[in-house]
Every structure is written in C-alpha cells, then in structure tokens.
Design a protein. Structure first.
Length: 250
C-alpha cells in the first residue's frame, strides 16, 4: 500500500513512502512490527516481572539472555517509531518505554541512557546501508556509471523511511550522533573510492572529492524527500549519477 506521509515534520515530501515501513520500526533489522512490539512486550513483561522466577532460569523454553535480547530489539524498534513521530528531541526514555510496552527498568537494562539508544539506531543504519551497497555492487561490471547509479539508488531507498531520515537529519542536534555521522561520511567516502570508483590508491584530492560527493548527495536526497526539487525518483538518481561521475573524472 502506498501513501504520502502524514507526519507533520515530513508533510510535503514529494515521493511516496510505504506505510508498512513506518509501522515496522526497523524492517529487516529488528524484525518486529509495531503491533508485535506491543503484544510481545505485554506477555514478556508479565513473565519477567514475576519475582518467583529467577532471572537466570529459562521460562517457557526461553532463556533469560534471549528475553533480554528480545526486549532490546523491542526498545530499538520502538525508539525508531518515536523518532519518526516526535523527532530526536522528543525521543525520551519514557516515550520509548511506553511505545515498547516495557518499564524503565528494562530500558536501563539494555541502554545506559537515551543517547545510547539513539547512537545504536544511527550506527545500525550506517552499517546496514554500507553492507547493502557493497552487496548490491557485487556482480556489477567495473563501470563507474553503473556502480555509482547502484550506490545512489541504495542510498535513496534507505532514506525513504521517514523515521530513519528524520533520525539522520536531526542527529546534528546531539553531539554523540553528530560525531557518529561525521565518521559515517569518512566510511562512505572510502566505499566510494574503493568499491564504486575502483581506486586502489586514492590521492588526497580524490578523498576530498569523495567526501564532497557523499555529503552533497545525501543532502540532495533529503531535500528531494521533502518535496523541494520536483524531480521524479528515477530522474534524481540519474542526475546525481551523472554529476558524480563527472566530478570524479576531473
């Protein structure tokens, strides 16, 4: 089902996004839909808050460590939902726990503070995107145009989830997240130089060019998502591809 985002922060976005991607929190990474976050949390909380059951013993065939890992995934999925709805500033420990259906005790069992959860979400996004791009490039001919197009297409796809895009954009307001995003720029620049352009020994100018492309293309995609360019998705990817290849060839 396709829809246009109704999020007040996101209203006016040109491209359509999938409703199920917003509902799922972090599809493919945490494998918990928003509905499952609440239903699993309710039953899990009832089991785990029974003081008669030692926390180190299995319960109904599920070990204590497995329950802890499950609650952590619930909190991460709920955290992304809250970011998409309330923004990074509005993502409080209480809001995340309410969304996940868990008490604050379980939040601090998994994360030392709010920033730790946000940092994990952003780091997971970066790592997943890097892996997706590398996997997508596997088997693509050593053609800079084709490989650049694939990399940009994967970036666009990853940011089409409003919650993920909002986390990325608003990371600048949190020092720990901004530092992580700066490191991600370096990592993506390395990916562009080695996996996209195929440069084994890139020079200093090559690295500067790659950094400009990574930061500029990312911002262009975010601007497009807000509906400010008037371009169709295919046109955007083609234009950014051509521009990147020309810049890298200089």
């Amino acid at each position: 089902m396709r829809w246009r985002c109704s999020n007040p922060w996101w209203c006016g976005a040109g491209p359509e996004v999938r409703r199920d991607r917003v509902r799922s929190g972090v599809p493919g990474r945490y494998e918990l839909t928003r509905r499952r976050v609440k239903s699993v949390a309710a039953s899990d909380r009832a089991r785990c808050e029974d003081d008669r059951v030692p926390p180190v013993r299995p319960y109904r065939g599920v070990s204590a460590s497995e329950r802890t890992a499950l609650r952590r995934r619930q909190l991460l999925a709920a955290g992304l939902v809250v970011v998409g709805r309330d923004g990074v500033a509005g993502t409080t420990v209480g809001a995340v726990c309410t969304e996940a259906g868990l008490t604050k005790r379980y939040f601090y069992e998994a994360f030392s503070e709010r920033e730790a959860l946000l940092t994990t979400l952003l780091d997971d996004f970066h790592r997943t995107l890097l892996a997706d791009i590398v996997a997508a490039l596997d088997g693509i001919p050593a053609d800079p145009v084709a490989r650049t197009r694939v990399a940009i297409d994967r970036l666009v796809s990853s940011l089409e989830d409003p919650a993920t895009a909002r986390l990325y954009v608003e990371a600048v307001a949190v020092p720990a997240l901004e530092a992580l995003r700066e490191q991600a720029y370096e990592d993506f620049a390395d990916l562009v130089l080695r996996h996209v352009l195929g440069l084994r020994r890139p020079g200093r100018k090559d690295r500067v060019t790659a950094l400009v492309l990574v930061t500029g293309i990312t911002q262009a995609v975010i601007t497009w998502l807000r509906g400010s360019t008037g371009l169709e998705r295919r046109t955007l990817v083609a234009h950014l591809t051509a521009m990147s290849v020309r810049a890298a060839a200089r």
